[in-house]
Design a protein around this ligand. Structure first.
Ligand code: FAD
Length: 237
């Protein structure tokens, strides 16, 4: 498979850096082709703005989504966006490696989503969303680390259920929206605290990567299960 790792951590010697390095080595050993977008090393621009478009359609009133649609039609995104979109089209499987920051992705990765998951590329301009999104046919996996312990992210935990409350906006709102089939996330809880646990996580992650296609997908409803008001049809509730 062609595997893209989108990696967002400012310190190469971090545990996130170790998980990314391990993934490159393990996947290559399995015969996969691997590319890495190391967003901090690339100094990837996080802010979505006018500079993202080489031929703006309306310079007098800047509307980001409309300019994205125009740039998709005229192939006029800035070079850094084009390169990331090409990597996504190349990939069969995308891994997002990042520390959980404010219950979400670090700003540099949020900016990557804002700018690269463009209207006219992953949705809009005749492209559907969710199971009909522009990146359909591809899988994606979140690999993240936390500061709070696992118990804090259970349904009655202080931080809220990791699947339903914390990662849902990434899995459903970004990855599935864009057409990906998201698979179960890999989560290393509080890696800063415990050396033994870190070694266990590295072993577990390696085993998981040795059988990428066996990782279960997260089941979400296809768009056909919703009515014209975007409500889940009664028979699927
Ligand atoms: C802005 C911000 C917001 C945050 N928000 C949240 C939040 O909402 N929720 C939450 O839970 N947490 C939050 N945190 C905490 C954050 O999620 C954790 O600090 C982070 O996930 C830890 O991962 P790391 O890669 O940065 O660990 P590091 O601290 O870089 O690494 C942990 C340890 O692993 C060691 N290590 C590195 N490589 C290896 C290796 N190969 N083998 C063994 N050990 C190794 C390192 O030396 C280090 O001792 C936040 C932090 C910040 C800065």
């Amino acid at each position: 498979m062609n595997v893209l790792i989108v990696y967002a951590h400012p310190e190469p010697k971090s545990f996130n850096g170790a998980l990314k390095d391990l993934a490159v080595a393990a996947l290559t050993a399995e015969g996969h082709q691997v590319q890495v977008s190391d967003l901090y090393a690339m100094n990837f621009k996080a802010a979505a703005d006018r500079d993202d478009f080489m031929m703006p359609e309306n310079p007098d009133f800047f509307k980001y989504q409309l300019e994205q649609g125009h740039a998709s039609r005229t192939n006029s995104f800035s070079q850094d966006i084009k390169e990331e979109q090409e990597k996504l089209l190349w990939a069969d499987f995308v891994i997002f490696q990042f520390p959980l920051w404010w219950y979400s992705v670090p700003a540099i990765l949020k900016g990557w989503f804002d700018r690269v998951f463009a209207s006219g590329f992953v949705y809009g301009q005749g492209i559907g969303r969710y199971d009909q999104g522009g990146l359909k046919g591809r899988k994606a996996m979140v690999s993240t680390t936390t500061g709070s312990p696992r118990q804090a992210y259970t349904p009655y935990g202080m931080d809220g259920d990791i699947h339903e409350k914390i990662l849902y906006h990434i899995h459903h709102g970004m990855l599935y929206f864009a057409g990906f089939e998201p698979v179960e996330p890999f989560i290393a809880w509080t890696p800063a605290r415990d050396e033994e646990a870190r070694n266990r996580y590295l072993d577990e992650y390696k085993k998981r990567l040795q059988n990428l296609s066996a990782i279960p997908s997260i089941p979400y409803h296809p768009t056909a299960h919703y009515d014209e008001h975007h409500q889940l049809k009664i028979e699927y509730r």
